[in-house]
Design a protein around this ligand. Structure first.
Ligand code: ARG
Length: 461
């Protein structure tokens, strides 16, 4: 018998709240391509296993291809009365091919269907984000190589600490983003299994071939437990969590770009076409994109927290709660991709001002550690003692409105006789960066090598 409503016979449905609250097609239509891909693989398997006739399987597959074409052409009409993307597509398939469409759902439930769709979607999202990140890392490596010898202040507690090179600072972000890529790939490796065949929760009595559908969909393996297959959203959480850590990195970079572009820092000039103006202050050139790179982390963390909270109390197996995974997922994916694209554009377009970064690197007695180290290596002082000598000297100079870089050899010698023969270069920032050659250190020679090494690691499959 032909169905009338979607739940023929048993349920009347029809209350407007049911549609308003339950229907998900408004957002899960974004799974349409994955849904059709999953259905085609399932139909092909049903035909191959002679669970449905070869003719019906072929007709289902060509019908689904027609639906896909309508979706791509933008002519497909999604109807909220049909709840979700799955029912919308199946209903259109029935319009196109008639009763044969009724065979598609054999040995399948929307529970394994939505699980496979979402896995396919996340897999693509991971690949997109990973590729975007590889681009950002490439830009960082190039810019780091170009600025491998340009000195800037390094901070701790946002107080002047020791000079570093611009290249070295950029490569720190390269490491973060490379770890982000690694986390994404790790998530991809774990999600790489097909839940199809779990059906509603318990598996199915039909002689299905889950390995066959997995192979068709490019999954590495099949789910080992049908209850877990339909209840698991770890793969979404893994993506959201890797994305949240990535958002931390983008936010920290955004914050530095905001700071660096102020006249007070003046380390960089932001690309003009990526700056916003003020409606009242004619002189303004505001770093709106870096600010939003910083701010988007809020919703990206929120989406992770939302799904963790949705999942944590659910008994096995499927509950409708799990439908709430999608808006969090889509929102994070959209904003992560946007942020990474903005990061690339910013890093590509900004200009460093090495004269200013060098000037500031010389402020705040940033070579104090180098002087203390000199007393250790040249005069044999224990470091704790040289630390205290230099600390006293800094205070003594400060009382005279001076810094180490301004101290004359006479002043140094009169403060402490052991400082009498100090070579002037020990108090220069170039000397300070150049001597830091411990692995991962800021010396220009190392930074140039590290940039090449980052490029190589970024290209690893
Ligand atoms: N739209 C639903 C979701 O995203 C599909 C699964 C519905 N399954 C069910 N048993 N009601 O979760």
């Amino acid at each position: 018998p032909q169905e009338s409503g979607i739940w023929d016979g048993w349920l009347t449905g029809g209350h407007s709240l049911l549609e308003e609250m339950n229907a998900s097609v408004r957002f899960d239509r974004r799974l349409a391509t994955q849904d059709i891909e999953g259905s085609k693989a399932h139909a092909a398997m049903l035909g191959e296993q002679s669970i449905v006739s070869a003719a019906d399987a072929a007709s289902i597959i060509s019908g689904l291809e027609q639906v896909q074409a309508e979706i791509e052409a933008g002519t497909f009409v999604f109807d909220p009365a049909l709840e979700d993307v799955h029912m919308n597509i199946e209903s259109r398939l029935r319009e196109l091919i008639g009763p044969a469409a009724g065979h598609l759902h054999t040995g399948r439930s929307r529970n394994d269907q939505v699980a496979v769709d979402t896995r396919l979607w996340v897999r693509d999202a991971i690949d997109r984000l990973d590729a975007l990140l590889a681009g950002v890392i490439g830009i960082l490596a190039d810019r780091a190589a170009a600025h491998h010898a340009d000195v800037m202040p390094g901070f701790t507690h946002l107080q002047c600490a020791q000079p570093v090179t611009i290249g070295h600072h950029l490569l720190a972000y390269g490491e973060m983003f490379l770890r982000d890529r690694d986390r994404l790939r790790d998530a991809r490796r774990r999600l790489d299994e097909s839940p199809l065949g779990a059906a509603a929760l318990a598996g199915t009595g039909y002689p299905i071939d889950p390995a066959g559908t997995a192979r068709r969909l490019g999954f590495e393996r099949t789910a080992r437990n049908s209850l877990d297959a339909v209840s698991d959203r770890d793969f979404v959480l893994d993506y959201l969590s890797a994305g949240a850590t990535l958002a931390v990195h983008i936010s920290r970079l955004g914050e530095e770009l905001v700071l660096w572009s102020t006249p007070q820092f003046g380390f960089i000039k932001l690309p003009e076409d990526l700056c916003a103006g003020s409606s009242i202050m004619p002189q303004k050139r505001n770093p709106d994109l870096p600010e939003l790179m910083r701010a988007k982390s809020g919703r990206i963390f929120g989406n992770l927290m939302a799904l963790l909270t949705v999942m944590k109390g659910l008994p096995l197996a499927y509950s409708r709660d799990m439908q709430e995974d999608k808006e969090a997922l889509f929102d994070s994916a959209d904003h992560l991709e946007l942020c990474v694209r903005a990061t690339a554009a910013m890093l590509q377009g900004l200009t460093f001002v090495p004269a200013k970064t060098r000037h500031d690197a010389e402020l705040g007695n940033t070579v104090a550690t180098d002087l203390a180290d000199w007393l250790v290596t040249e005069k044999g002082l224990p470091f704790r003692e040289s630390h205290s000598v230099v600390g006293g000297l800094v205070a003594w100079l400060q009382a005279r409105d001076k810094e180490l870089k301004d101290a004359s050899p006479q002043e140094l010698g009169s403060f402490d006789a052991r400082l009498a023969g100090l070579p002037a270069e020990v108090l220069t920032v170039d000397h300070a960066v150049d001597r830091r050659r411990s692995p991962g250190g800021t010396a220009p020679a190392l930074v140039r090598e590290a940039a090449a090494e980052l490029r190589r690691r970024n290209a690893e499959p």
